[in-house]
Write a protein that binds this ligand. Structure first.
Ligand code: SAM
Length: 272
């Protein structure tokens, strides 16, 4: 069988693809692109730093996870585990998970470079290999959720592995961005699509194989999925673009950051 990542990109756009193909593309794409992604963004993220988003909000300042001293903390879609590694450096019992072996290889390299051993497990966020009630807090900074067609499954899995009263905090692209082109300049300020169009952005090979898929949920969809999984929403944080922060990250940058939210961070908990 041909490995779809060996096939060149033939077309890109917004269209429905089978859920199984879209969900599986994430693992292959991140394996193939882990090093390139880290070469581009690794310095900004730092090997052991907890950065929530391209706006540069850091957990050290925001404290969205609450008091994690003595807590068992799970990160899903951890990438090279920079956030978990920062927590480990703070003495927190954090476990990083990611579906991509390429990302976890980079995590081991960062461990060696920093001297901080970060427990890391290869896992799809939709099927977490942990017993029910194993963690006090779970989080992700842009991991897993944008790349799966069935986010409701992720919220249910996180609810399962958290203890009653546990906290779930996740950062995603602000849903309003879906309506705008992925352009960090003035072109990215003009609405060109419907915010309500849930078809994913996909990249396809000539054979029709899905090389990359990114999914959109409206704010209402996210709140509905959270509530269905049993979570109570405490806060929706929309980090503002800081003055003097000039770094462009894909469609994020100071021009749009001055006028549009780029990140939505949902802070939620399970009833105790
Ligand atoms: C944008 S990175 C976020 C990680 C890290 N916070 C960062 O900024 O580099 C997205 C991560 O989600 C992971 N991912 C994609 N689909 C996943 C899934 N189904 N389950 C777990 N992780 C997944 C990718 O492998 C990748 O490491």
């Amino acid at each position: 069988m041909t490995n779809p990542t060996d096939e060149p990109l033939a077309e890109a756009g917004y269209r429905d693809v089978p859920h199984a193909a879209g969900g599986a593309a994430g693992r292959r794409w991140w394996d193939a692109n882990a090093e390139e992604y880290l070469a581009e963004h690794g310095e900004f993220l730092g090997p052991a730093d907890f950065c929530w988003c391209p706006e540069g909000l850091r957990e050290q300042d925001a404290r969205l996870l609450g008091d994690v001293s003595g807590a068992r903390v799970l990160e899903i879609g951890a990438g090279a585990a920079q956030c978990s590694r920062w927590l480990v450096g703070e003495g927190v019992a954090a476990v990083a998970t990611d579906v991509s072996a390429g990302m976890l290889r980079a995590a081991r390299r960062y461990d060696a470079a920093t001297g901080l051993r970060t427990p890391a497990v290869q896992a799809d966020a939709r099927a977490l290999p942990f017993a029910s009630g194993s963690f006090d807090v779970a989080f992700t900074a842009y991991g897993a959720l944008p790349f799966v067609p069935d986010t409701a499954r992720v919220h249910r899995e996180v609810a399962r592995v958290l203890r009653p009263g546990g906290r779930w905090v996740f950062a995603v692209t602000h849903p309003v961005r879906w309506a705008f082109p992925d352009d960090p300049g003035e072109g990215g300020l003009v609405v060109t699509r419907s915010y309500f169009d849930r078809r994913p952005y996909v990249e396809l090979a000539a054979s029709g194989a899905v090389l990359y898929a990114e999914y959109h949920r409206t704010l209402g969809d996210v709140v509905g999925e959270l509530a269905s999984a049993g979570f109570v929403l405490d806060r929706l944080v929309e980090p503002e673009w800081p003055a003097g922060h000039d770094r462009i990250w894909g469609g994020w940058g100071p021009v749009r950051g001055a006028r549009l939210p780029g990140t939505a961070i949902f802070v939620s908990h399970l009833p105790g």
